[in-house]
Design a protein around this ligand. Structure first.
Ligand code: SF4
Ligand code: SF4
Ligand code: SF4
Length: 323
């Protein structure tokens, strides 16, 4: 198994202020270089072939396998909740691997893009970008999403009401809702919320345990790399320079922990995705909602409510744990 030793990871962890410059790629090759800060990933579109010879992309299968115990198991009788006239139920479509769902936290888009007289066939693994200043977490009314010091952005499924604010303010609308599961069922199933939101958490527990994310480990072409965020960024720009290509994820949404390298401009990729109606798109330089006047105000107003709810939830969990 590809693994950073636990001792190395902890030694280098942000808990001590340093994430030691781990550069890891696919099948577990890694080298340690000096670096600081949280972890990140690089997704190299010049390497990914979409695993066309497989039944499903290996990164997608690996993600489903390692996370299957965390997928929602909704109640049988799911009700609508005020003021909605419908609910989102993906439990009958668990098999879908051609889009993001609560049961499929990553998928691979395929587009053809013309550039400089050449047609490029591109395969793009998509999932949460793990933004530096994530509006999904900052604007969660219940304070149950967080940007961890290690880099991944996580949702606490035990406290999420499924209101989908995170999806609204995410430029890529990444989190996916499943109804009929979560804390709202215990509190006011017909009045608030609507389920729980799900998305990639960059294999947070694996990373904490000294392993690389499952999709990174399994990729046969080492198209996804994992390491210190700043190192990943540096490698991304070096590689883009070497192939005369482009980087996505550094400027978008105010900065992220995911860097795509492509041989063609992302504006063209975004157009190709839109033409095929594939979501999410790749809008270049997309703005962070928190940087807008409305976003800033909402963040300031929500902070105390979210803080109070998070504190209440923590107390509830402690109480349940001691029963
Ligand atoms: S990222 Fe790797 S595992 Fe995923 S589709 Fe591309 S080559 Fe396959
Ligand atoms: S990509 Fe969207 S869901 Fe993921 S951290 Fe950024 S804003 Fe949040
Ligand atoms: S990092 Fe983990 S949770 Fe995220 S897409 Fe890869 S395997 Fe899935």
């Amino acid at each position: 198994m590809a693994a950073i030793s636990r001792r190395d990871f902890l030694k280098r962890s942000v808990a001590s202020g340093v994430t030691g410059g781990l550069i890891l790629s696919g099948a577990g090759k890694w080298s340690a270089e000096a670096a600081t800060g949280p972890v990140g990933t690089l997704i190299d579109l010049t390497k990914c072939d979409g695993c066309k010879q497989e039944k499903a992309p290996k990164c997608v299968s690996a993600c489903r396998e390692v996370n299957q115990d965390r997928f929602p198991e909704p109640v049988n009788d799911i009700h609508d909740y005020w003021p909605q006239k419908k609910h989102e139920d993906w439990s009958g479509k668990r098999h879908l691997i051609d889009r993001l769902t609560p049961y499929n936290w990553t998928y691979v888009q395929e587009v053809e893009v013309e550039h400089n007289g050449q047609i490029h066939q591109l395969f793009i693994q998509r999932r949460c970008m793990h933004c530096d200043n994530p509006p999904c977490a900052k604007l969660c009314p219940f304070g149950v999403q967080e940007k961890t010091p290690e880099g991944p952005v996580r949702i606490d499924p035990d406290g999420c009401f499924g209101g989908a604010k995170c999806r609204d303010v995410c430029p890529w609308h990444i989190p996916q809702r499943q109804a009929g599961v979560g804390i709202y069922l215990k509190i006011a199933p017909k009045l608030v919320g609507g389920g729980v939101m799900y998305k990639c958490d960059l294999c947070y527990e694996r990373v904490r345990a000294g392993q690389v994310p499952a999709c990174v480990e399994t990729c046969p072409r080492q198209a996804i790399e994992f390491g210190g965020k700043e190192e990943m960024k540096g490698v991304a720009y070096e590689r883009a320079k070497a192939v005369g290509g482009y980087v996505y994820g550094d400027q978008e949404n105010g900065g992220t922990s995911t860097f795509y390298v492509s041989p063609v401009p992302f504006e063209k990729i975004n157009q190709a995705l839109a033409k095929k109606e594939l979501k999410p798109g790749m809008p270049v330089g997309v703005e962070n909602f928190l940087d807008t006047a409305g976003g800033l105000t909402r963040g300031v107003l929500l902070a105390p409510i979210a803080g109070a709810f998070a504190a209440g939830l923590a107390a509830y969990k402690t109480m349940k744990g001691s029963e």
